[in-house]
Structure formats: C-alpha cells, structure tokens
Design a protein around this ligand. Structure first.
Ligand SMILES: N[C@@H](Cc1ccccc1)C(=O)O
Length: 511
C-alpha cells in the first residue's frame, strides 16, 4: 500500500491500544497539529484510523480578572493603602484610604465587601482598621488568578484540578466574574484493525503530494515535490444557485426592447369595470366573450369613478353608431353592466384608460405605450392555454398609420428575440379594422403557433375616447414568445403548478 508521506507518519505514530491526541502525534512526527488532523481525517476516510473528539473544559481569566492580576485585587489595594495610612496602629478615615488605594466607582464596593470577608480588617463609623497579621500572599483567590495568568502566558490550559485551591475559591472567582470556563476540543487518533494490517503488510510513502501545505512552502520542498494530478473529469455535483425565472427574464427583456423602441409603460387594475375591459372596445354587451362562461366576474361593488360624458359617448356609439356613416348595434346597452367588475381578460383595458386620458397620459400624437401584465381567462387548460397569462399590450398613436407600420413594428420587435419569420393572417375583432393574428414557427415541432392579435382601432373605439388620429394596437402572449425562445412545447412547462423544474433550469435563452 502507498500513502502520502504525512499520512504514513501519522499512521506510524498512532497506536491501536491507546488514544493519542493530535498534539502528541504532532510532537512525535514533527508535523503541525493541523497537518496531523488533516492526515488523520484522510486516514479515517480510508478506515485506517479512528478519530474521536473529546471536549475539555479549561479555565480562563476574564478581562476584569486580567486587570486585577496586573493592578492587584481591589481589596488588596485597599489593605495596602490602609497600611500606608497607619490603619494598623489606629483607625484611619475611609475617604483618605480609598483615595490612597486609587479605587473608583464600583471598585469601592467590591473592595469593601471582600476586605471584610477576607478578614483583612474592619470598617466602623467611617473609619478603617487593617489587621497587621493578615497574610496577603496566602490569599487563595489572588494565587489562583496568578496561576491562570501564568498558564495563559505559556499557552497552557488549566482546569480546576490543576489549581492548588479548593472548589469554593473557583466558584467565588467565577461569581465575581474574574474567570470563565472555556471549552476546547481535543482529537484523538487510534489505529483500526485495517490500520494495523496495513502497517504489518508494509506501507510506502507515495512521492506525490496532494495539496500544497505551509510546510512545503516554508521548507522549499515544494520545488522537488511531485503533485497529484487533478482529475478534471471526475463527476462533480452540480451547484445550482437561484436565478431569474425564464419567463421573468423574457418579460424584462420585452420591457427593455419596447422602452428602447420609444414606448412608455402603462399600469392599472387587474380587476376592472367591464366598461374599460369591453364597452370602450365596442364589444356588444351580448357578445359571447362577455357571458359568465368566459369572464371571471367579481362579487364587488360596481365601479363609480368613470367619467359620465365618456359613458354617454360609448353608449351612443353602441346604440346608434359613431361618425357620419357609422352604425351601432341597436341592441340594449346597460350602464349597470358596464360598471360591473371582473378580472381583465386582456390588458386592452389599460390601453382604453390611457387613450381616454383618465390615466393622465400625454395624448398629443405621436405616442407609444405598452404593458407586460397578467390577464385572466376562463379557458380550458391545454398545451397552449393557461387560465392566467401575461400579455404584451401596446399601442402607437400617430397620423396616418398603415398596416405596414404594424407589421414593421412586429418585425423589429420579434427580431430582438431572434424570431424573423412571423406570419400575419387577417382576423376579426369587434374593435379593430383591419385586424391580424400573428403566428410564429415553433423551433422544435415546426408547427405554427399563434403569438398575438393586433389591428388598427375602429373609429367607434377612438371617437368616443376623444382621439382623432390613428391608433394601432396589439396584445401578444408572453408565454408563447417564451415557447419560441426556449423551445417549450407545453405552456404548462413554463409556469403554473405543473412547471417542469428541470426544463426551467436548463432553458437557454440568448437574452
Ligand atoms: N385584446 C386582444 C389583443 C388586441 C389588442 C389591441 C388591438 C387588437 C388586438 C386580445 O386579447 O387578443
């Protein structure tokens, strides 16, 4: 068997019959205790020795104890000052003795209490007498403190049994706060049967060195040492730190891109009046999407704070139409329904709020706004549908916008994500004309998936809001964008309770 030199030295210094401490082995091998401990643990890993730890208690001086070793215990100083004041012959004034002892604050009480207890003398009617026969050198408390100070200087550890005083003295010093009990761990090393066998069969020192040690550096031995090679192909555990969820990264990137394209961010309520979610969008009140099947209606008070004239204009667009040759639905329209609150099914409610001016946004064209926010739909969960998802809402207000502007904007936007082959299909929305759905090709399946919906708002939408130029707008699905950039085939791998942690950990995106 071959072992590194240090391990061999420790193995040879250890015994099968008695536990040797690391310090003893260090002394015997001329190695540092930490080197011995390291080698012993390596040997223990190979089953050649056993390492055990014993916790020892030792006594240490506290800072206050150390001060008294240097300056004398307060009661001793009081005694000496009393002698100087002649209090061994006749009582001397307390004030003068205390001054002479240079005691202050709490030290005075400490001195007086212990002076009397130790029989150094007595105090009576403001005068102090000292007993000329008191033997200060025999004071066991002072001796114990001096012994601890000595041990401290020598780096030795003493316990109560090493001090030549009785237990009560130690307790007293402890209660005076002059010493403390410190714990130290001693490690012992014992040869195991395998260790004995190894030594009997013969162990040789390997020439390779596993780790650079202070000794190798100091002795210069490192120059001739042969170092063990690292096995860079060894299996290592993968360390996984926390990181941003890929969907959040995508959302952040979307915001950066849109801000870079000159857009400002919109914000607004998740639970909103149907007025903002649907009526402003010229969605007839009997539209199937407005039934309880599709929306998450909330059982809360109707929304009061909607400008009255705006309600009137929207109502008139619905009933009679807007503009010269506009035609309304001529169907019932209820203000109560418009004020009902539901979870928004799209963030176009935010666009309506901003375009109407209630959100305080600038309305002089040109303007660009966006949001990347959650929407809620009573859909059936499937690989491409979630009940809540993030919508990338946006609109551009300018004179004379065309479909080319809309397509150009999307091409520029998606290019930032490496998506260059989006397709547009004519579509129908009650609120835009023309309207287009956007599709992208899934990188794994090659299938076309719908990634967004867009169009130019109808006059029936912009007119009542008080906007008299073109507004093109869209709602894109953040999760669908993430499916294209990560290759996720099921939207539920990305978020929700079924999200696939391994997929998310390994998802590589270029942003
Ligand atoms: N609100 C539409 C998206 C859209 C917004 C604005 C204009 C056109 C379409 C949706 O959720 O699908």
């Amino acid at each position: 068997m071959r072992l590194p030199e240090r391990q061999l030295a420790v193995l040879e210094a250890a015994s099968a019959t008695d536990d040797r401490t690391v310090a003893e082995i260090a002394a015997a091998t001329d190695l540092k205790p930490e080197t011995v401990a390291g080698a012993a643990f390596d040997l223990a890993d190979d089953g050649l020795v056993e390492v055990a730890s014993v916790t020892d208690e030792s006594l240490k001086l506290t800072d206050e104890g150390r001060t008294y070793v240097d300056e004398g215990l307060p009661e001793t100083r009081l005694y000496r000052a009393g002698l100087d004041a002649g209090a061994d012959a006749e009582p001397a004034s307390m004030g003068a003795v205390i001054g002479g002892a240079d005691l202050d604050g709490p030290e005075v009480d400490i001195a007086l209490a212990n002076f009397a207890r130790k029989g150094f003398g007595s105090v009576d009617g403001g005068e102090l007498s000292v007993d000329p026969d008191a033997d200060l050198d025999a004071d066991p408390e002072a001796r114990a403190l001096a012994a601890l100070a000595e041990a401290d200087r020598e780096g030795a550890a003493l316990d109560a049994s090493d001090l030549d005083v009785d237990g009560a003295v130690i307790d007293r010093l402890d209660s005076r706060g002059l010493l403390a009990v410190a714990e130290s761990v001693t490690r012992t090393v014992t040869l195991t049967d395998d260790g004995v066998d190894a030594l009997m069969t013969g162990v040789e020192a390997t020439e390779t060195v596993g780790a650079l040690t202070p000794e190798l550096l100091a002795s210069g031995e490192w120059r001739d040492a042969e170092f063990a090679e690292y096995n860079v192909e060894a299996e290592a555990e993968t360390a996984r730190g926390g990181r941003k969820h890929v969907l959040r990264r995508t959302a952040d990137r979307v915001k950066d891109v849109l801000v870079g394209m000159g857009f400002s961010e919109m914000e607004g309520p998740h639970a909103d009046a149907d007025f903002w979610i649907n009526d402003c969008l010229f969605m007839p009140q009997d539209h199937p999407a407005r039934t309880h099947w599709d929306r998450f209606a909330l059982d809360v008070d109707p929304m009061e704070e909607i400008p009255e004239e705006l309600i009137d204009r929207v109502e008139s667009a619905h009933r009679d139409g807007w503009g010269e040759d506009g035609d309304g639905y001529h169907s019932p329209w209820s203000q109560d329904f418009a004020r009902e609150v539901a979870l928004r099914g799209h963030t176009t409610s935010l666009s309506m709020r901003y375009l109407s001016g209630v959100a305080g946004a600038e309305l002089e064209p040109p303007q660009r706004y966006f949001s990347v926010e959650k929407v809620y739909r009573n859909d059936t969960l499937d690989p491409t549908h979630l009940l809540e998802f993030f919508q990338i809402e946006g609109w551009v207000m300018a004179e004379d916008l065309s479909v080319r502007d809309l397509m150009g904007t999307f091409e520029e936007f998606y290019r930032q994500f490496g998506i260059t082959d989006i397709r547009f299909k004519p579509h129908y929305n009650p609120y835009t004309e023309p309207s287009f759905e956007l599709f992208g090709e899934h990188p794994e399946t090659g299938e076309e998936i719908e990634i967004g919906n867009s169009g130019v708002f109808r006059e029936e939408v912009t007119g009542p809001l008080g906007v008299d130029c073109d507004v093109m707008a869209w709602g894109l699905a953040l999760e669908r964008l993430a499916m294209l950039t990560t290759g996720a085939e099921d939207i539920r791998d990305l978020h929700g309770t079924l999200a696939d942690i391994d997929f998310l950990r390994n998802a590589e995106v270029s942003y």
